[in-house]
Design a binder for this molecule. Structure first.
Ligand SMILES: Nc1ncnc2c1ncn2[C@@H]1O[C@H](COP(=O)(O)OP(=O)(O)O)[C@@H](O)[C@H]1O
Ligand SMILES: [Mg+2]
Length: 340
């Protein structure tokens, strides 16, 4: 593993994004903190509407404005604040340094050009090379994602869903980005194809040492691909840490609910429906902890105050009064043991 934990590639702090409609303000992302180290894959997990896509779009300045507006925060990519970058600088980052894979491959593919020409176009726009060189390189990329190079001259509609997503992956790695933002890249695929695409992403991660933000609602996918996980609820990170630590010892009631809701492997669920009740309306978030209306452990304090993120240890953070208290008790016991 080549994760260099001390060197942060991406550091998001205090990111706040709203969408303003005629009659309401939707609080999509609320003071979110998130970081990714060099060579690291971070899984971002949460129900539909949690703000995952908005977070990824913010990194590339792709939030539609209006209705969207980034009202505060910083997104440092190797020290440069992307939120302050001008259009020209952003164009350089997009594709050259950071690329995004969307859930629907047709978001990225143009139906009227051959897949080979589209990959070659990406290569040409990022390197000064001849048409023949770009074509040869595009063929290599196709082979790399498991598509025979003979299919270079075919059009998107001649490919299945899984194959189209492979083409998109080939396009997104063609410019050798250092960070890939993958927004539910396998959700639209059936389970077998999904496994193949994930295997491919894993191989590429090892081979190219690319960092990745993998957005998904599937905890199995995260376990397969990621080094670290962040759980998102109502626009906030409620728990994050190393995969093993979080899977073995989830502490936020929402995370615990997510793990309890993992369906059997045969079932392919479209949406997580982990815990009774629904995510709060982002135009009308509750006072205090945003999870309290659904929480089986709710106390009076939770309805009044929003919990801070507590560092349980260097591999595990959680935003919950209950976890904070039990962490305090453990620390207290340790201290009294040490004193003796
Ligand atoms: N263009 C938009 N206009 C208005 N509301 C939006 C828009 N895009 C997203 N939202 C709202 O922002 C919230 C977060 O959405 P999104 O970032 O897509 O979450 P996720 O990817 O986790 O499902 C949701 O309540 C969604 O309805
Ligand atoms: Mg989304």
């Amino acid at each position: 593993m080549t994760v260099d934990k001390d060197k942060k590639m991406l550091e998001i702090s205090g990111l706040t994004v709203v969408y303003r409609t005629d009659d309401e303000v939707i609080h999509a992302v609320n003071s979110l903190d998130l970081d990714i180290s060099h060579g690291e894959s971070l899984g971002l997990v949460g129900e539909t509407g949690a703000g995952k896509t908005t977070t990824a779009l913010s990194i590339l300045q792709l939030v539609a404005d209006p209705p969207g507006e980034i009202t505060s925060g910083k997104i440092l990519f190797e020290g440069t604040d992307l939120l302050k970058a001008d259009k020209k600088t952003m164009r350089r980052y997009r594709g050259n340094e950071i690329s995004m894979i969307f859930q629907d491959p047709m978001t990225s593919l143009n139906p009227v050009y051959t897949v080979g020409a589209q990959i070659a176009e990406v290569i040409k726009s990022h390197n000064s090379c001849s048409n023949a060189e770009a074509k040869a390189r595009a063929m290599e990329m196709l082979e790399m994602v498991g598509i025979p190079k003979e299919r270079y001259d075919e059009y998107p509609h001649q490919f299945s869903g899984g194959m189209k997503q492979r083409v998109v992956i080939a396009m997104s790695i063609a410019c050798e980005p250092r960070l890939i933002l993958a927004d539910e890249p396998t959700t639209a695929l059936d389970v077998t194809i999904q496994a193949q695409v994930l295997e491919l992403m894993n191989e590429l991660k090892e081979k190219l040492k690319t960092s990745m933000l993998l957005i998904t609602h599937d905890l199995g996918v995260v376990a397969q691909v990621c080094d670290r996980i962040a759980i998102m609820y109502a626009g906030e990170i409620v728990e994050s840490g190393d995969i093993e630590e979080i899977y073995e010892n989830p502490r936020h009631p929402y995370t615990i609910g997510l793990f309890e809701s993992i369906p059997s492997l045969e079932e392919n669920v479209e949406k997580l429906k982990p815990i009774k009740g629904q995510m709060p309306d982002p135009a009308n978030l509750p006072e205090g902890c945003s999870f309290w209306p659904r929480c089986p452990y709710v106390q009076e304090q939770c309805k009044r105050e929003a919990p801070n993120m507590v560092h349980l240890n260097d591999k595990h953070k959680v935003r919950c009064f209950r976890a904070e208290k039990s962490a305090g008790e453990i620390k207290g016991r340790e201290d009294s043991c040490n004193a003796r």
